[in-house]
Design a protein around this ligand. Structure first.
Ligand SMILES: *Cc1c(COP(=O)(O)O)cnc(C)c1O
Length: 451
């Protein structure tokens, strides 16, 4: 699609709608001459050049990529109206779009009932899930794996709950025996499982952890902020297919968080929290006259801790899903390409003298480190930092990221490495653009050359 054309159509559509309300005089206080604007815009676009090329497959670093043009057009068109999805009277159209998009997400996870809404981020979405966890299991704490996002520990502090960090196993998944030890103390009311950790893309065994948690009466929250859309590859044929069990088990958990602004092709400002039991709406009670809630008779503001929220974010997600729905044939194809790229790079590294895989990629995140003469943590750390820095200024640049791995993490995976330091930075590439699949050989060559 031609972005220029559809941005023009966007302003036209909103102008036509606006004209229906009759003429009015814009206030001179807001007047800007094109020349004046032009000078400021030139300075502005010049300053924006100080950025990394997130759009380009040579950028293989953090979880960053531009939104799909459909999302851009959806966002900007709705933004010209600027609805606020806090309340129905803030914009009925985008409130309905939000409900529909959230229902699609709930269906993707296999929830038979749900109550949910969009949030500004995965952080706020997880905060809401933990808030409901606290209200439904008063006085009890939260357990999460050592590889879980740091937000869980921090939000436990915000909510005044006890947080319990559970060790991860040698593949970055929550250690079930250690989890049971914590559950046995009776102090845990909620367990957070992560399907797609931020660092390694490791998927906690939800299907095994869930019955364990239930035995101890614990609530289960799934943080799928990063990995949620990989549900679309669960059980699919072909090289990108994922083991079904952990993903299917999400349907039986109590809540799930997903970030459409990560793998859902959206601009920042789009997370989502979904509860399986619509009754949890009662915990959000403020001045609402309702006593009992169903998923249909609530304003979005009545089931959300945030007040004002961009209706444009819902519009962008709705329009994107209209074209690339969260189905295996829609968005699933985008995810599958990134995963194939990661698996392919893993194979290339296996056959390489320059690089060593830190662990085999499970989703689309590849972790690796330069082969060094003296295999020590400090040498690996130095070499990784050098490759990261030199990659960005090389004639054929590559943009990577680093991840800190502890000496203990290394001992699990590479016992031969001399642990002369507390840990080491390793290299990490998130291959979240489908274009990475065509570029992975070049990336491998460029990084190997740097080593
Ligand atoms: C990104 C991420 C978060 C935080 O979400 P934001 O949208 O960055 O606030 C939480 N958990 C996981 C697993 C994530 O990957």
């Amino acid at each position: 699609m031609d972005l220029n054309r559809w941005l023009g159509e966007a302003t036209k559509a909103i102008e036509e709608w606006s004209e229906g309300f009759g003429p009015y005089q814009p206030h001179p206080a807001l007047d800007l001459a094109d020349d004046t604007f032009g000078a400021a815009f030139a300075e502005f676009t010049e300053r924006l050049r100080d950025n990394y090329p997130f759009f380009h497959p040579r950028y293989a670093g953090q979880m960053l990529k531009p939104p799909h043009p459909a999302a851009v057009v959806g966002y900007l068109t709705a933004m010209l109206i600027n609805p606020n999805n806090h309340a129905l009277d803030g914009g009925p159209a985008t409130a309905r779009m939000e409900r529909e998009a959230v229902a699609q997400l709930a269906a993707m996870f296999g929830f038979e009932t749900h109550l949910g809404h969009l949030t500004t981020s995965g952080t706020i979405a997880n905060l809401e899930a933990l808030f409901v966890a606290r209200e439904s299991h008063p006085g009890k704490g939260v357990a999460y794996s050592a590889e879980a996002h740091y937000t869980h520990g921090r939000m436990c502090g915000v909510l005044g709950m006890e947080g319990h960090s559970v060790p991860a196993d040698g593949t970055g998944r929550i250690d079930l025996e250690a989890l049971e030890d914590v559950l046995r103390t009776g102090r845990v009311g909620t367990v957070v499982l992560t399907t797609g950790t931020t660092g390694l893309g490791a998927v906690d065994p939800v299907h095994q952890a869930l019955p364990l948690c239930r035995r101890y009466g614990a609530r289960v929250h799934v943080d799928a902020a990063y990995g949620g859309f990989f549900t679309l590859l669960a059980g699919s044929d072909g090289p990108a297919g994922l083991a079904e069990e952990p993903w299917r088990a999400i349907a039986e958990c109590d809540s799930v968080v997903i970030d459409p602004h990560k793998h859902g092709l959206q601009p920042y400002g789009c997370g989502a929290v979904i509860f399986r039991d619509a009754e949890v709406g009662r915990f959000y009670l403020h001045d609402s006259p309702y006593t009992y809630f169903t998923s249909t008779d609530l304003h979005l503001g009545e089931i959300s801790l945030e007040c004002s929220r961009a209706g444009a974010a819902a519009a962008a997600l709705w329009l994107t899903f209209r074209l690339l729905p969260p189905t295996p044939e829609g968005l699933g194809r985008v995810l599958a390409a990134g995963r194939r790229a990661a698996l392919r790079w893993g194979e290339l590294i296996d056959g390489s003298d320059a690089l060593t895989l830190y662990q085999r990629p499970e989703l689309d995140i590849v972790t690796y480190f330069p082969a060094v003469e003296a295999a020590t943590l400090s040498a690996i750390d130095q070499a990784s930092a050098r490759v990261l820095a030199e990659g960005m200024t090389a004639p054929d640049p590559v943009f990577l990221s680093t991840l800190r791995a502890s000496a203990g993490d290394f001992a699990h995976r590479h016992p031969g490495v001399d642990r002369d330091a507390e840990g080491a930075r390793i290299l990490r590439s998130v291959l979240m653009k489908p274009e990475s699949e065509q570029h992975v050989e070049q990336l491998h060559t460029a990084v190997s050359r740097l080593v």
